[in-house]
Design a protein around this ligand. Structure first.
Ligand code: PEP
Ligand code: MG
Length: 592
């Protein structure tokens, strides 16, 4: 038990639940590498530093290989072998030494320059196994940088028992990888409720608190802490009372979960008899079981990019795609499954897939743009979608659409894929329903034109808010401006719902607003009849929908739409909505 005093650090509640355990601090930020000049007389010493770092890095690798081989015998052996060879490769090491000698630079800079340059050349090669060598180079250079900086490599497989990850930042792929280890909670300095890292934490049921400024300076490895993902705080060195409170909250949570499962067959219907379809957002295939448990009427959004993230740096094959889609169709039958084509780019594997570092990736090669730019990679997914469509009610949805041409370009890829499958004599169907996500203001304004091209629209408010408010959804400094209740956002949602009514096609909403029991009734009142949300949030949202009368909400919602500020909108709704599911959260907290 720790003798240090208890301390509470407030952050944002982003993934529910609480966990009590010990901290493991992860340095996930890239190394900051500076170019430093080395005086003539110090070059030999710098070369000696490098050779010592090589030795340390080699020892690191050896111990990682020894601990891994027992668990995953053989599978990782080749990677460790390749990394070891690189550490003694004259082509790699020799170049670093030459650079230190000729440019008179520090070893860190020489390692960085050499590895980046060589990795970039490997990545441009056609052969996949050679491109993977580029990744190896980067990995090895990280080992070297750690050794040069005197930092010991933190290998999670060496840590015993369950633990809480404390970090400045985590990418979605790190969250998936760590979430599959023995991690029981995340406590992160950056982030927001709609960042993809957070979405993954919720998918894996890992409590998470984000926006914990300065936390990594307060916590050291093995410190005991409680991560309270319901109330958005971390308790360092918790005392007896805090631990008791944590246990009681856990018991209440479990009871709520079981109540939710029992309510699976209760219809989602307003008091005045308007039915609402509640579908599941799925990030990882295993969540499909939960979608069934909570009575989801199909999958409204399968974020297929996580197939790529999980397989990275390898690409998923057509068969792997097909297997996942088929399992989902079987589990959800007779309901439909909406597969969103891969939405990579932005923070999701941008560098790994694009092999470039974009200045502003969120406004760059992301979503449909990236998929159309990489038709060879995309083709495997498209063929698998066509094959799965022959097996059940599969629907396809395109992310981040900004132009009608993108939809047409996708249809051409479908025709090509269908022709290939036809030639191979493989069963498929090109007759699936195609939809687009409405995630940028441009798409809102051409929603009627898009509606003529597709069978359904789905509003992605996570991005729609980001791109409308010009607020990075992952940036805690501007999270106060991430306002779901901003009149501009509500008017856009209403306008897209009206386009759907006019065109006679369904409009769903699959952003986090749909998972918020305060907000869901408003979305229904704005005209939406299909909401897609994290499976475990279905019961609460259903309860909220069952407590409203659309007739009674009509007038206050009209009034809300005419307000000038998010604060005023919330006030209107607070007056109108029944208090039984609690007061609406203020807009600033709605993005937490
Ligand atoms: C959205 O933008 O609202 C959405 C559902 O997509 P994602 O969160 O994956 O960007
Ligand atoms: Mg989106």
């Amino acid at each position: 038990m720790s003798k240090l005093p208890q301390e509470i650090v407030e952050g944002l509640a982003v993934s529910p639940g609480a966990a009590f355990g010990r901290a493991v601090c992860i340095a996930s930020q890239e190394f900051e590498i500076y170019r430093l000049s080395v005086a003539d007389g110090e070059v030999d010493a710098e070369l000696e530093r490098l050779s010592q770092a090589v030795e340390v890095a080699q020892q690191d690798l050896d111990s990682a290989r020894d601990s891994a081989s027992a668990e995953i015998a053989g599978e990782l052996g080749g990677i460790f072998e390749a990394h070891s060879l690189l550490l003694s490769d004259p082509g790699f090491l020799g170049r670093i030494q030459t650079q230190i000698r000729t440019d008179r630079v520090n070893a860190e800079w020489a390692v960085h320059e050499t590895a980046t340059d060589l990795a970039e050349r490997f990545r441009r090669l056609d052969a996949e196994h050679l491109r993977a060598r580029g990744e190896d180079l980067i990995d090895v250079s990280r080992h070297l940088q750690r050794a040069l900086g005197g930092l010991s490599h933190q290998d999670l497989s060496e840590i015993e028992g369950d633990f809480i990850v404390v970090a400045h930042d985590l990418t979605p792929s790190e969250a998936v990888r760590l979430g599959r280890e023995r991690v029981i909670a995340f406590a992160i300095e950056t982030g927001s409720r709609t960042s993809h890292t957070t979405i993954i934490a919720r998918s894996l049921h890992i409590p998470m608190v984000a926006g914990l400024a300065g936390l990594t300076h307060k916590v050291t490895d093995d410190d005991p802490l409680i991560v309270d993902g319901d109330n958005g705080r971390v308790i360092l060195h918790p005392e007896g009372e805090a631990r008791e409170g944590y246990r009681a909250a856990e018991t209440r949570r479990r009871a709520r979960w079981h109540r939710g499962v029992r309510s699976r067959t209760v219809p989602a219907e307003t008091l005045d008899g308007v039915p609402v379809t509640l579908q599941a957002n799925i990030d990882l295939p295993e969540e499909i079981t939960e979608a069934s448990e909570f009575g989801a009427a199909g999958v409204g959004l399968y974020r297929s990019e996580f197939i790529y993230i999980e397989r990275s740096p390898d690409l998923p094959t057509e068969e792997e795609h097909l297997e996942i889609y088929t399992k989902m169709l079987e589990a959800m039958a007779p309901h439909p499954v909406v597969v969103r084509t891969f939405d990579l780019g932005g923070r999701k594997l941008a560098r790994e897939v694009m092999h470039t570092a974009e200045e502003n990736p969120v406004l760059g090669m992301r979503g449909i743009r990236l998929t159309l730019a990489l038709p060879e990679i995309f083709a495997a997914q498209v063929r698998a979608l066509l094959r799965a469509a022959a097996r059940g009610p599969l629907q396809v949805m395109l992310p981040l659409v900004t132009t009608v041409e993108e939809v047409r370009a996708f249809r051409r890829l479908v025709e090509e894929a269908a022709a290939r499958l036809e030639a191979r004599g493989v069963e498929h169907s090109a007759d699936f329903e195609l939809g687009v996500m409405i995630e940028v203001p441009a798409a809102v304004w051409i929603a009627a034109e898009l509606a003529r091209e597709v069978s359904f629209l789905s509003i992605g408010t996570n991005d729609l808010i980001q791109y409308s408010m010009a607020v990075d959804r992952n940036n805690e400094h501007v999270s106060y401006l991430y306002q779901p209740y901003h009149p501009a956002i509500l008017r856009m949602i209403r306008s897209v719902a009206a386009v759907g009514e006019e065109a006679g096609i369904p409009v769903s909403l699959c952003g986090e607003m749909a998972a918020d029991p305060d907000c869901a009734p408003l979305l229904v009142a704005l005209g939406l009849r299909i909401l897609s949300l994290t499976p475990s949030t279905i019961p609460e949202v259903k309860e909220a929908i069952r407590s409203i009368s659309l007739k009674e909400l009509k007038e206050p919602v009209q009034r809300a739409l005419a307000q000038s500020t998010a604060e005023e909108v919330v006030q209107c709704l607070r007056d109108a909505l029944p208090s039984r599911y609690g007061p609406l959260r203020p807009p600033s907290a709605a993005s937490d």
